[in-house]
Design a protein around this ligand. Structure first.
Ligand code: ASP
Length: 322
C-alpha cells in the first residue's frame, strides 16, 4: 500500500528543476589544466546540488536560486562575491538581482562593496524595503541598518584577478572576466529554478568588469536585462557583454517572444542568444526555466560554465560547447 501511495504522490508531483551558470566566454577545450577544470566542475556541482536539495525538500524557487548563487559567490573561481574583479580604483563593486515569478517581486543592488553575499542583500531589498533597486551608498546604508557585517579587502583578494587588473590598470580599457582575448569572457553567476508548485525564480550576481569606472553598472542587476522571472513565461539569468544585454533587454525579450509569439522556452532563448543579440553585437549566454520545469542554456560564445538538474532525472555539468 505504502508503495502505491509513494508512486501516486510521485505521479502527482510536478517536475521541478534548477539551472546555474558561472559565466560564458572563450572557454576552449585544453585551455585549462585538468585540475582547474575539475575545480570548476566541482564548484558548479556543489551549487547545483545545494539548490536542487532545497527544491526536493519542498522549498521555494526563490530559496533555491538564492542558496545556489551564494555557493558560487563564496567561490573565488567566479566573478561574484569573493571572486569579484577589480575596478579602476583597485576596489570591488558588486551588483545582484533576484526575482520571483509568481508575484513579480524583485530586489536588486548595485555598486556595493564589502558584502559577502550581494544576492542576500538583494533579497532583503525585495522583502524588507518598499523598493526594487538600491545603489551605492544608499544600498550600503540599508545593509548597515540590517546589521550586515562587512568583509575587508583581503577577503576579496584573488591573485589571478589582481594580475588581470594590473595588466590594464593605467589604460582606458575595461575587460570582461575569464578573458584571454579582450572582451570575450564573462564570469557572472546566476541560477534559475522551478519549484514543486510550478513557481519560478531567477538570481544573478556579479563583480562586473575588470577596471570598470564611473560607477559602471551592467545588465546583471537590471530587471528585464540580465535577470527576470514571470510564472507566465520564464525565469532567466544572463551572462555576457552587459552593455549589449541592456540594449537588447535580453531576459525580457525571451519572455516577450514566449508571451506574444507563443514560442517555447528553448526556441525563444535560442532566438535571442543566437540571433537577436548577435545582430546588435552582443556575446554571451543565458540560463532559463519555465513553470513546467523545462530548461534551456544557450550561449553564442565558445563555452559557458553551466549545470542543470531536473526531477525527471536529467543532469548536466558542462563548460564547453559539446
Ligand atoms: N554581464 C556582466 C556585466 O556586464 C558581465 C558578465 O556576465 O560576466 O557586468
Amino acid at each position: 500500500m505504502q508503495f502505491v501511495i509513494f508512486h501516486f504522490q510521485k505521479y502527482l508531483m510536478k517536475t521541478f528543476s534548477i539551472a546555474i551558470h558561472g559565466g560564458a566566454g572563450t572557454l576552449v577545450k585544453g585551455m585549462m589544466t585538468p585540475e582547474l577544470e575539475a575545480n570548476y566542475k566541482l564548484a558548479l556541482k556543489t551549487a547545483l546540488e545545494t539548490g536542487y536539495k532545497l527544491l526536493e525538500n519542498g522549498k521555494t524557487a526563490v530559496d533555491a536560486v538564492e542558496e545556489a548563487v551564494k555557493v558560487l559567490e563564496d567561490s573565488p573561481l567566479f566573478n561574484a562575491g569573493k571572486g569579484s574583479v577589480f575596478t579602476a580604483k583597485e576596489s570591488h563593486e558588486m551588483d545582484a538581482c533576484i526575482m520571483e515569478g509568481k508575484t513579480l517581486n524583485a530586489g536588486a543592488v548595485s555598486l556595493v562593496s564589502g558584502i559577502k553575499n550581494p544576492i542576500r542583500l538583494s533579497r532583503d531589498v525585495m522583502e524588507k524595503s518598499e523598493h526594487v533597486f538600491l545603489a551605492g551608498e544608499g544600498a550600503m546604508e540599508f545593509a548597515n541598518e540590517l546589521g550586515y557585517k562587512l568583509e575587508d579587502d583581503d577577503y576579496f583578494y584573488d591573485e589571478f584577478r589582481h594580475k588581470q587588473w594590473l595588466e590594464i590598470k593605467d589604460t582606458d580599457s575595461f575587460q570582461l572576466d575569464h578573458s584571454t582575448k579582450k572582451d570575450s569572457k564573462f564570469g557572472t553567476v546566476g541560477a534559475v529554478a522551478c519549484d514543486q508548485n510550478g513557481n519560478i525564480a531567477a538570481a544573478t550576481s556579479t563583480g562586473g568588469m575588470t577596471n570598470k569606472k564611473w560607477g559602471r553598472v551592467g545588465d546583471s542587476p537590471m530587471v528585464g536585462a540580465g535577470n527576470y522571472a514571470n510564472n507566465k513565461t520564464c525565469a532567466i539569468s544572463c551572462t555576457g557583454s552587459g552593455e549589449f544585454f541592456i540594449k537588447g533587454v535580453v531576459a525580457y525579450d525571451v519572455a516577450c517572444l514566449m508571451e506574444h509569439k507563443g514560442m517555447g522556452l528553448k526556441d525563444a532563448s535560442n532566438e535571442v542568444i543566437n540571433k537577436r543579440i548577435l545582430e546588435i553585437g552582443g556575446d554571451g549566454g543565458l540560463i532559463a526555466v519555465d513553470s513546467k520545469g523545462n530548461i534551456a542554456m544557450p550561449f553564442n560564445t565558445e563555452g559557458m560554465y553551466r549545470a542543470s538538474k531536473s526531477s525527471t532525472g536529467k543532469e548536466e555539468v558542462s563548460i564547453y560547447k559539446d
